[in-house]
Design a protein around this ligand. Structure first.
Ligand code: DON
Length: 307
């Protein structure tokens, strides 16, 4: 059996030496300020080991990784009725694309592209004021991570709210098809705040652990979702979690994963471990360049691909 601690520390060393770093997201001005030279990794195993290296305790903007947690909440609130408002197919387009929405009558392809995640935020709103929905998302993430010290970075939320014209367009377009219940400003308010949650790799790996653990949290005895729902969320992460780079991620890493434009990736090794990696430089699909490379090496070293 390969040694996990050794594999993780070798990968962190290799990533520190890596010349290629990708580019930071610049369309959200606040994210463009993040130092490219950072890399963190945490592996949380079902045996209870937590293995960290590099900048594993530096908080970063989780951005689209938050979509895993809001999807879990929305499914908890309306169950399979969600699938009348959002699909379950990869889009093959970039995360903020609008093109399919016209032919597909305002029904986003999946809950992880921006359009789909906006519908999910609309479901989480459920008639409450946005601050109530934002509070419940934050409480859910803190509970999953078993850490009260997780907050929303208001500067990032404001930065995105002021410049997120694509998301405004997506929300308004879906509203015209009747696929948003609330005023677009309210849905967008929830969405930019969930994206602005700041977490460390250690916190993110812990928060995602239930997806590796068949929906449960063996450490506390709580159940988050049923095994069937955990399996389905993992399936969506594998097929849609990296947008138009999902095929490449499955090919190289072979694990369910959800990326964020802040450079974080949550990857799930079903029945074994959850992994969070973070490095702010992105590849051409808007997914962490070094994060993907690190996961590719980890999956190979540990024999963890699901295939
Ligand atoms: O809506 C946006 O564009 C960002 N808040 C999140 C996008 C994102 O993280 C895409 N991921 N790789």
């Amino acid at each position: 059996m390969p040694d996990l601690t050794e594999a993780v520390s070798e990968i962190a060393d290799a990533m520190a030496r890596e010349q290629r770093r990708g580019t930071v997201a610049s369309y959200i001005p606040e994210l463009a300020k993040v130092d490219l030279d950072q890399f963190g990794i945490t592996v949380s195993t079902l045996d209870g080991d937590i293995c960290c290296a590099g900048d594993a305790d530096v908080p970063f903007s989780i951005q689209s990784v938050s979509k895993v947690f809001t999807l879990t909440l929305a499914l908890g609130s309306i169950g399979d009725a969600l699938w009348h408002r959002v699909g379950r197919e990869p889009s093959g387009n970039s995360f903020n694309s609008i093109v399919q929405l016209e032919h597909e009558k305002g029904l986003p392809r999946n809950p992880f592209i921006n359009a789909g995640a906006l519908v999910v935020s609309d479901v989480v709103l459920a008639g409450h004021p946005p601050r109530v929905a934002i509070g419940s998302i934050l409480r859910f993430i803190r509970w999953l991570a078993d850490d009260e010290d997780i907050a929303i970075d208001e500067t990032v939320a404001r930065s995105e709210a002021a410049t997120g014209f694509r998301n405004m367009a997506l929300a308004a377009y879906m509203k015209s098809f009747g696929n948003l219940v609330h005023p677009v400003e309210m849905t967008l308010g929830v969405y930019v705040h969930q994206c602005a949650v700041a977490m460390t790799c250690r916190q993110l790996a812990t928060a995602g652990h239930f997806l590796a653990d068949g929906g449960g949290r063996s450490s506390t005895g709580h159940r988050v979702v049923s095994p069937e729902r955990a399996r389905r969320i993992n399936a969506l992460m594998l097929t849609c979690g990296h947008y138009d780079g999902s095929g490449d991620f499955a090919f190289r890493v072979g694990l369910p994963g959800k990326s964020g434009v802040g450079g974080g990736i949550l990857a799930i090794v079903p029945g074994r471990a959850s992994v969070a990696v973070w490095s702010p430089g992105l590849n051409q699909h808007g997914n962490s360049l070094l994060g993907t490379l690190a996961l590719e090496r980890l999956a190979k070293a540990m024999g963890w691909s699901v295939f």
